[in-house]
Design a protein around this ligand. Structure first.
Ligand code: ASP
Length: 323
């Protein structure tokens, strides 16, 4: 009798699961962005969300949950119901945080369902418009000579700008004051206003200001120059290869989100990555969607694991103590 009952319950649960997967999504969904509105992660997330809303037939609402270098947002999503209605669009910070925080309230590797990689965004080394250095060589000399005066903006411990800033300071052998913000959109406001001196930030935030001459740009952190900023040398050309950083982005759901739901969201992500609107906007911001073969939950999972291991080594070798 007992086994008959268990069978009946299991069958009922399977039918309910299949029915909800068929009707999913039946209400608006939330995409949590770990940094301030208007910044690089936000820009990528909003473009993807706009396209995914069309495919899924439900609004994907963007919510900025900021602070602690993206870990507050990751905590929020790790603790959300695994029902497919809350997702996280995070970047490389998902792989650096485990080495930079002593205690994270979630496990970056096992606390989420990976739903696919999205894009790799180059970074640029930039400074306020009236910063004295004219090229990367001069910037390095100036920062070395004025290390007690110069300051470096970032988006908090574990953010891409923090990582790039760490690598920069490590490469030139000096430490300067850092000023953390809740994202590089507010940091950019202060760079434009001249309240902070230098920053490393994604092209998705810096390209228009570099083109209009509102800020100074010294290098791009990719092996090759970018079509959108052809005059900007690479850090390799300028002999700072340690700064090769591409800010990869991925989409996550809380651990335990049903497989069918992950597959459906991943399908909408793949459509978004082929959406001409997304491709065109990305191109103008100095980036492009990842190849379709990388936009899968499996590749994303393996890549995340390799990035966690990679940055652990780099961060330990740099002697950075987790906070
Ligand atoms: N660009 C930021 C970072 O440094 C985050 C952001 O504001 O999107 O990680």
């Amino acid at each position: 009798m007992k086994s008959v009952l268990r069978y009946a319950f299991t069958a009922a649960a399977l039918v309910a699961g299949a029915a909800s997967a068929q009707t999913y999504p039946s209400k608006p969904m939330t995409m949590v962005i770990p940094f301030a509105a208007g910044g690089p992660t936000d820009v990528v997330g909003r473009l993807i969300a706009q396209s995914m809303s069309k495919t899924l037939g439900q609004q994907v609402i963007v919510e900025n949950t900021v602070g602690a270098g993206g870990t507050i947002a990751a905590t929020r999503v790790a603790r959300a119901a695994p029902d497919g209605y809350t997702m996280l669009l995070h970047h490389i910070g998902q792989s650096t945080a485990p080495s930079l925080y002593r205690k994270l309230p979630y496990d970056a590797l096992t606390g989420f369902e990976t739903m696919g990689l999205v894009t790799d965004v180059p970074m640029t080394v930039v400074a306020k418009g009236n910063f004295p250095a004219k090229n990367l060589g001069e910037l390095v000399q100036y920062v070395k000579a004025n290390k007690d005066k110069v300051n470096l903006a970032n988006a908090g411990t574990g953010s891409a700008s923090h990582l790039c800033g760490l690598l920069f300071q490590e490469a030139i052998g000096v430490t300067v004051a850092t000023i953390p913000y809740k994202g590089t959109a507010p940091a950019m406001n202060d760079l434009l206003g001249g309240q902070v001196d230098i920053m490393c930030d994604q092209t998705t935030n810096t390209t228009s200001y570099i083109k209009s001459g509102k800020i100074k740009a010294y290098a791009v952190t990719t092996p090759k120059r970018l079509a959108v900023l052809p005059d900007l040398p690479t850090t390799r050309e300028a002999d700072l290869p340690a700064l090769d950083v591409a800010v990869w982005h991925g989409l996550y759901a809380p651990k335990g989100t049903p497989r069918e739901v992950v597959t459906k969201v991943n399908g909408a992500l793949k459509v978004a990555l082929k959406d001409p609107m997304v491709i065109e906007r990305f191109a103008g911001l100095g980036t492009e969607p990842v190849a379709e073969s990388r936009a899968t939950p499996e590749v994303h999972k393996q890549f995340l694991a390799s990035e966690v291991a990679k940055w652990k080594k780099v961060i330990e070798a740099a002697g950075v103590q987790p906070e």
